[in-house]
Design a protein. Structure first.
Length: 317
C-alpha cells in the first residue's frame, strides 16, 4: 500500500524526467523522497547500490537514471551505452528485489521497438523485428530492463512495471546544439536567430517526417498514476497519441519564440525514420491521459530556457 509517507527513491532525480517526477510528487504531498547524485552513489557499482538499499530500505524505486545521448554518441560509444545502462538498471532492479521493495517503476524509451514496426507502435511489437542500428545498444539495454521487470512479476508476483515514453521535452532539457534532441535544438536556433535580426534558420532534412512529443510534466503524471495504481500488465506506452511533421513543429516553435525570418530546409541531410507514433490506448483505458498541448508545452519550455539561459550548458550567445 503506497501512502504519502512511503519512502520513494528516485534514481536520476537531477535529470529532466527525474526532477519533474520529484516536483510533482512533492506538490501532491509525498514527504519521504530520496535522491542521490552520481558523486554520492555510483549506480554502476553493484556493491555501492546494494549497501544503499540495505541502509535506506525504500518502499518504491523509480528508475529515471540512464546514460543517454543522440545518434552520434550511441554510434561512437556502443559498449558504454550497452554496458553502463545494463549495470545501472541491473543493480537497481536486483537490489530492489533483494531488499523486498514493494513497487518498481522502470522508465525506458520508444526506441525499444523494431525500426520498421507498424504505426502506431503497440506494446506487443516488442522483439518482433530488428532495431534501429543507430541506437540499438541503448535499446537492447532498455529491453533487458523491461524483461527483468516482467520476469520478477512472473516469478515473484511483485508490482514491477515499465513505462515507455515517446519523445520528451520540457523544463530542464538539454539545449546544447551538439547533443540535444530536435525540439530543444530548434528552440535555441530560433531564439539565437531572433537575436540576430531574425536571421534565416537552417534545419536538416525535408521537414516531412512525423514525430510525437510529450511534455515532461505529463510523463511525471504517468509515473504518479503508475505509483498510485496497480497496473495489470508489465509494459505501457506513454505519449499523446498525436504526431505532427517536423515542418509543423518548426513553425510552432518559430511562432512561440517570435522569430519572423525564413526557414531553410537542407534536404541533402538525413530525415531519419519517417514516422514514430505510440499506441497509448492501454494507458487511456486505465484512465491516464496527457494534459499539456504542444504549443503550451513549448511556451513553458521557452520561458524556462530564457530564465536559465546563463546556466544552460555551453551557451554561446
Amino acid at each position: 500500500m503506497i501512502v504519502k509517507e512511503s519512502k520513494i527513491y528516485i534514481a536520476g532525480h537531477r535529470g529532466m524526467v527525474g526532477s519533474a517526477i520529484w516536483r510533482q510528487l512533492s506538490a501532491i504531498g509525498y514527504t519521504n523522497l530520496i535522491g542521490k547524485t552520481s558523486k554520492e552513489l555510483d549506480l554502476r557499482n553493484q556493491s555501492e547500490v546494494k549497501s544503499f538499499f540495505e541502509k535506506e530500505q525504500p518502499d518504491v524505486v523509480i528508475d529515471a537514471a540512464a546514460r543517454v545521448g543522440g545518434i552520434l554518441a550511441n554510434n561512437d560509444f556502443p559498449y558504454q551505452f550497452l554496458m553502463e545502462n545494463m549495470q545501472i538498471q541491473n543493480n537497481l532492479i536486483d537490489s530492489a528485489l533483494q531488499a523486498n521493495v514493494e513497487k518498481f517503476i522502470f522508465l525506458g524509451s520508444s526506441c525499444i521497438y523494431p525500426k520498421l514496426a507498424p504505426q502506431p507502435l503497440k506494446e506487443d511489437y516488442l522483439l518482433t523485428d530488428s532495431l534501429e542500428p543507430t541506437n540499438e545498444w541503448y535499446a537492447i539495454a532498455k529491453i533487458s530492463g523491461v524483461k527483468s521487470c516482467e520476469a520478477i512479476r512472473k516469478q515473484f508476483n511483485k508490482d514491477y512495471v515499465s513505462l515507455m515514453p515517446t519523445n520528451l521535452y520540457g523544463t530542464h532539457d538539454n539545449f546544447d546544439l551538439k547533443t540535444s534532441h530536435v525540439l530543444p535544438a530548434m528552440i535555441r536556433k530560433f531564439h539565437e536567430a531572433k537575436l540576430s535580426n531574425h536571421a534565416p534558420v537552417n534545419l536538416w532534412g525535408s521537414g516531412t517526417p512525423m514525430r510525437e512529443f510529450l511534455f515532461v510534466d505529463d510523463m511525471a503524471g504517468a509515473v504518479v498514476f503508475a505509483l498510485e495504481n496497480k497496473l495489470p500488465e508489465h509494459l505501457y506506452n506513454i505519449g499523446t497519441g498525436k504526431d505532427l511533421t517536423i515542418k509543423e513543429l518548426a513553425e510552432t516553435i518559430q511562432k512561440v519564440v517570435g522569430h519572423t525570418g525564413i526557414i531553410n530546409w537542407d534536404s541533402s541531410k538525413p530525415d531519419g525514420t519517417p514516422r514514430k507514433l505510440m499506441d497509448i490506448s492501454k494507458m487511456h483505458e486505465l484512465g491516464w491521459k496527457h494534459q499539456v498541448d504542444l504549443a503550451s508545452g513549448i511556451a513553458k519550455t521557452y520561458t524556462w530556457f530564457l530564465e536559465n539561459i546563463e546556466e544552460i550548458k555551453e551557451v554561446k550567445m
